[in-house]
Design a protein around this ligand. Structure first.
Ligand code: GAR
Length: 210
């Protein structure tokens, strides 16, 4: 089975969906540790209840990003994961960290990249007046929210949507698309070449929409 470490900062609903769907469907996936940068992240409590290995690495304990990332990388490497999944992990990682986990570091971002990188993506989408919004699962590169795209899911933006209502509509699809990508990773179906092109062996469903 392939080994996964999951990094979270808060609620951890994507992590929970990934782990529950993996268990229910018996993918060849082992979730070797859940790591949070916030001690009181609700997702960490859930992971502990499930009997998973956890760690908390509070970023405020470190003098700079470099020091935090170095410590984080050491903890991750001790578990020898095949993949590191960012699931609502709200820290920007340094180029050194990204290089260390090249093509093994995956993120979910709540927009249809390359639209709306950064924070407050649902506010951004409403303000821009787009008709479609969604989420993207992608490999992490040095450029924030810009790596090779593995899969995307789209939802309509409706009249009178608030950011919260739109966020909930997107989150439902996050809970489908991220586990689906992790299943592909577990099964060894995702390849990425040196120029960042992705090949998905025998997979046609790289998109979801409602
Ligand atoms: C998710 O919507 C995820 O896409 C987003 O944070 C939320 C975490 O929810 N990630 C980012 O904004 C990354 N910059 P969760 O903790 O319940 O999975």
């Amino acid at each position: 089975a392939r080994r996964f470490v999951i990094l979270i900062s808060g609620r951890g609903s994507n992590m929970q969906q990934i782990i529950e769907q993996a268990r229910a469907q018996g993918w060849p996936a082992q979730f070797v540790r859940v790591i949070a940068n916030e001690a009181d992240a609700p997702g960490i409590a859930w992971a502990k209840q499930q009997g998973l290995q956890t760690a908390v690495v509070p970023h405020r304990d470190f003098t700079d990003r470099q020091a935090f990332d170095e410590h984080l990388a050491q903890i991750i490497e001790a578990d020898r994961p095949d993949y590191v999944l960012l699931a609502g992990f709200m820290r920007i990682l340094t180029p050194g960290f990204v290089a260390r986990f090249k093509h093994r570091l995956i993120n979910i971002h709540p927009s249809l990249l390359p639209a709306f990188p950064g924070l407050k993506t649902h506010e951004q989408a409403i303000a821009a007046g787009v008709g479609w919004h969604g989420c993207t699962v992608h490999f992490v590169t040095d450029q924030l929210d810009h790596g090779p795209i593995i899969a995307q899911a789209a939802v309509p933006v409706k009249d009178n949507d608030t950011p919260q209502v739109l966020a909930n509509r997107v989150l439902k699809l996050e809970h489908q698309i991220y586990p689906r990508v992790v299943q592909w990773l577990a099964q060894g179906l995702v390849q990425v070449n040196q120029v960042g092109q992705i090949t998905l062996e025998g997979i046609t469903q790289r998109h979801l929409w409602v």
